[in-house]
Write a protein that binds this ligand. Structure first.
Ligand code: AMP
Ligand code: MG
Length: 481
């Protein structure tokens, strides 16, 4: 074996009940779709190594590099509010950790790499569609400034995966600050395994919160990161779609791009996921669901927060209640920037809500309505079939901007830096997948490249800015297992 990638095995060193050690299941004919060259370099890997036959074999699960200790992680979770005591990596295998140029560790995980002891009824595989989706969406989120797991590579397997029909199989390589989830803590709490909980807390603190003082400090860290994350999702019009506790990270990164989608016409009740029948994970519900999930984390941590359970409950409850204030501040920070405001004034919330109301009433495209503000009020005005409500709002906005003391040019650049021109529009993602299915990856590569610079005007790619026409609209997204 010639592939030398300096994986460490910190998670593998945790006790046996944290994981199942096993190799990925080899596939028939690995073929590379794309390597994220820049991310590879940041992880200290020469991209050409990953593009070599041995590299592609590793990305497909056919070759385990020296030093890697592949494993599937154990976790549990609440799915749509219902408790499931055992989930775990049913189709993912952690190869190990690598040191990023920022000095911190990253997990490198193959997704779609075969069955594991946690597969239950699943086949352990992924098909090309969801793999391309996760690549596009997660890299777009990163470029949009939203904490997220990353895409290192995507390969096809030369095998078919049976879903509603047979589809080409694929393996996705995910990079994450860690794969610790709320559900990882729940797994051990439900088993009353206090030693494991304590070990997990230590592991999480070392990885994510070196300054934190014990389990309560960790909980507060997670709450702060999630408050910031959800506010950023809201700012970008992102709807996760499956905010189950096994899909909420301790790191504060967005994880598990299943039926997620970016909202087009603004409507706070938007739901895309086909399995979210009651709208539990609708756009506007996301902060509340985050609190629900964090309360589950707090509950799981109680035994290691304080030996006196009354005290533990008191301090943990207080921490969870702190989310509201953190979220409110993060939301205001996010949306002030979207209106070009750098100072803080009391009426800012009302001004922001006023613009959102205009969009809700007119069903305006969320992304373009904000982007237009950076083009000046005259261009923004053209967004509206009936400009009268906009004019009334814009006059309040102009009054507020006078208190800022910024020049129109500075303001325009600030607005453009906060409001993307490009998001991964659902119909474009679908289009890229459809072409990929017939072996043409050009639309996929184009979309990924354009979305690397979402805040820049890219006149050659203006077609990718446009919302879906009625006949192109994607009204439902699917879990993608
Ligand atoms: P997800 O919807 O990706 O968050 O997955 C929920 C759970 O189902 C996790 O435990 C996954 O590992 C498992 N799972 C999803 N798809 C498959 C599959 N094709 N084979 C085995 N397990 C799967
Ligand atoms: Mg998941």
């Amino acid at each position: 074996m010639t592939l030398a990638i300096p994986f460490s095995a910190h998670y593998a060193a945790l006790p046996d009940r944290f994981h199942a050690k096993l190799d990925p299941t080899p596939v028939a004919e690995p073929r590379l779709i794309r390597v994220n060259q820049r991310l590879a370099r940041e992880l200290g890997i020469d991209p050409t190594t990953l593009e070599s036959p041995d590299g592609v074999a590793m990305l497909a699960g056919n070759l385990v590099p020296e030093g890697a200790t592949p494993l599937a992680q154990a976790y549990a979770g609440h799915q749509f509010g219902g408790w499931n005591p055992q989930l775990g990596d049913g189709r993912a295998i952690l190869l190990g950790e690598l040191c990023h140029t920022d000095g911190r560790l990253r997990d490198v995980q193959l997704k779609g790499s075969g069955r594991t002891p946690f597969s239950r009824m699943g086949d352990g595989r992924a098909w090309l569609g969801p793999v391309m989706r996760e690549y596009i969406l997660s890299e777009a989120m990163h470029a949009l400034g939203v904490p997220t797991t990353r895409a290192l590579a995507a390969v096809t397997t030369g095998e078919k995966v049976l879903r509603e029909a047979p589809f080409p199989g694929a393996v996705f390589t995910r990079v994450a600050a860690s794969h610790l989830r709320v559900g990882t803590f729940q797994y051990f709490a439900a088993r009353n395994d206090i030693d494991a909980l304590a070990a997990l807390v230590q592991f999480a603190i070392a990885r994510h919160d070196p300054e934190a003082d014990g389990a309560l400090g960790l909980l507060k860290g997670v709450i702060a990161r999630q408050a910031d994350l959800i506010a950023r999702w809201m700012g970008m019009g992102f709807i996760h779609g499956v905010m189950n506790t096994d899909n909420m990270t301790i790191s504060g990164e967005t994880i598990d791009y299943g039926p997620c989608a970016f909202m087009e016409a603004y409507d706070p009740n938007t739901v895309y996921s086909s399995i979210d029948q009651y709208g539990r994970y609708a756009y506007a519900n996301q902060p509340e669901i985050a609190v629900w999930n964090l309360a589950q984390l707090a509950t799981a941590l109680l035994p290691v927060i304080d030996p006196d359970q009354d005290t533990a409950i008191e301090v943990a409850t207080e921490a969870v209640q702190g989310f509201a204030e953190l979220y409110e501040a993060a939301w205001l920070r996010t949306f002030r920037a979207k209106l070009g405001l750098t100072s803080e004034e009391k009426g800012d919330g009302t001004l922001i809500m006023g613009y959102l109301k205009l969009m809700a009433d007119a069903g305006t495209d969320y992304t373009l309505a904000f982007r237009a503000l950076g083009e000046g009020p005259d261009v923004a005005r053209q967004m509206w079939a009936d400009p009268a409500p906009f004019d009334a709002w814009a006059s309040d906005w102009a009054t507020r901007l006078k208190t800022e003391g910024t020049t129109p040019t500075d303001r325009s650049s600030a607005l453009k830096a906060a409001n993307p021109a490009f998001i991964p529009r659902n119909h474009r993602v679908e289009e890229a997948i459809q072409h990929g299915l017939s072996g043409d990856y050009a639309p996929f590569h184009r979309l990924v490249s354009v979305l690397e610079r979402p805040f820049e005007d890219q006149p050659d790619h203006e077609d990718l800015m446009a919302p879906a026409q009625a006949h192109e609209a994607v009204r439902q997204t699917f879990c993608g297992t």
